[in-house]
Write a protein that binds this ligand. Structure first.
Ligand code: TXA
Ligand code: MG
Length: 344
């Protein structure tokens, strides 16, 4: 057990303490604009090992390296294409990770043996400041225990990682609430490996058409390997059995209510503000306004955790169109549901 230091930014606690821990090879969880990350010095193999241990993460799943400036990137990667530079220019700092050719400078366990490296410059002021103060590239997966939804609030990290990491920097709810978009820039055309709040449409507006990993929205068959190793795991999986019902909204509402009426046990419904009043079930939670997919995305993981807290056995969830942000929302929902989807 580690004696985890809690650093509350709102109470004026000193971020320098966290930066010092990082620099010396410790593990520090911190807020970013996507989800909370669990950071360690990307140049120190022993520090990186502690991340895998703290999360219970399979060692074949590489980590994203977080930087506070473009200058920090130069020693780490090579063959950065013009398209990659354009994407950086438009979307960094922000919620998109680029896969680039590694120079092999980071510790080998950061990339889990791959010759490529995922890089992101976060826009969250605390994340930026922490990396700047530590002065080192910071490898950071989401700060959840493996198999739990990514943490979007400090209290989720405290629940998952107290006693397992050296420090937790606590701040408000993450703005986007879904992990960063991952775009592989080592191939032409570039390939979307994980959808996020920087949408496919927004990327294509900048660099033209991109490919999408064909493994993205399918249940993983033994012969299809996603290019982002982490995407093969059923992450974000709640304790409750989750089923998605997709189709015209009115039909979906009627169908879910019928399912609820015919299901034994503690039954939950995950809906939106627009349909909240239509359901009668033991637990009915809204993700926010369907007309604002950004809001739906930012509340998704904390709502999944809420169902677990309430000990719900089965959750029926409304589906979303897969345009824009809808693609990222349905990707996470599909994974959480093990691709159990009823199409009406
Ligand atoms: O928003 C985010 O990206 C958050 C915050 C903390 O920045 N981090 C995050 O990290 O979601 P993690 O470890 O939970 O997810 C990283 C994903 C995994 O699916 C991993 O397999 C993939 O990125 N990945 C990392 N390096 C890669 C590489 N070189 N090639 C392909 N996929 C890679
Ligand atoms: Mg993760």
């Amino acid at each position: 057990m580690k004696d985890t230091k809690m650093i509350h930014i709102k109470n004026g606690d000193d971020l320098n303490v966290a930066a010092e821990i990082l620099k010396k090879g410790g593990t520090v969880a911190f807020p970013t604009e996507t989800v909370y990350g669990l950071g360690a010095n990307a140049l120190m193999e022993a520090a990186i090992d502690q991340i895998y241990v703290a999360k219970g993460r399979p060692s074949d799943n590489p980590l994203i390296v977080h930087l506070s400036s473009l200058e920090m990137m130069t020693p780490l990667v090579e063959n950065v294409s013009e398209k990659a530079k354009k994407v950086m220019d438009v979307f960094w700092p922000g919620p998109i990770t680029l896969i680039l050719q590694s120079k092999g400078v980071v510790a080998p366990n950061v990339t889990a043996g791959l010759s490529t490296l995922g890089i992101r410059i976060p826009s969250h002021p605390i994340a930026k400041k922490l990396i700047e103060l530590s002065g080192v590239p910071v490898a950071a997966p989401s700060a959840n225990l493996s198999g739990k939804p990514s943490p979007t609030e400090g209290k989720h990290v405290v629940e998952d990682l107290t006693g397992r990491v050296d420090a937790i920097v606590i701040e408000e709810q993450s703005e986007h609430g879904l992990e960063s978009t991952i775009l592989d820039m080592t191939q032409e055309p570039p390939m979307l490996l994980r959808p996020g709040s920087v949408t496919r449409e927004a990327i294509e507006a900048v660099i033209g058409s991109i490919e999408v990993d064909p493994a993205l929205n399918k249940k993983m068959a033994a012969d299809v390997q996603p290019k982002a190793p982490g995407m093969k795991y059923t992450h974000y999986s709640p304790d409750a059995d989750l089923k998605i019902i997709q189709g015209p909204l009115e039909k979906v509402v009627t169908h879910i209510q019928t399912l609820v009426n015919n299901t034994k046990g503690k039954v939950g419904v995950m809906c939106c503000d627009e349909t909240l009043k239509e359901y009668s079930a033991e637990v009915v939670l809204s993700l926010g306004k369907r007309s604002d997919l950004t809001e739906i995305a930012s509340n998704l993981f904390k709502t999944l955790r809420k169902f677990d807290e309430l000990g719900v056995d089965i959750v029926y969830c409304e589906g979303y169109d897969t345009l824009g942000m809808g693609q990222a929302i349905m990707n996470r929902l599909n994974k959480a549901a093990g691709y159990e989807i009823i199409n009406l």
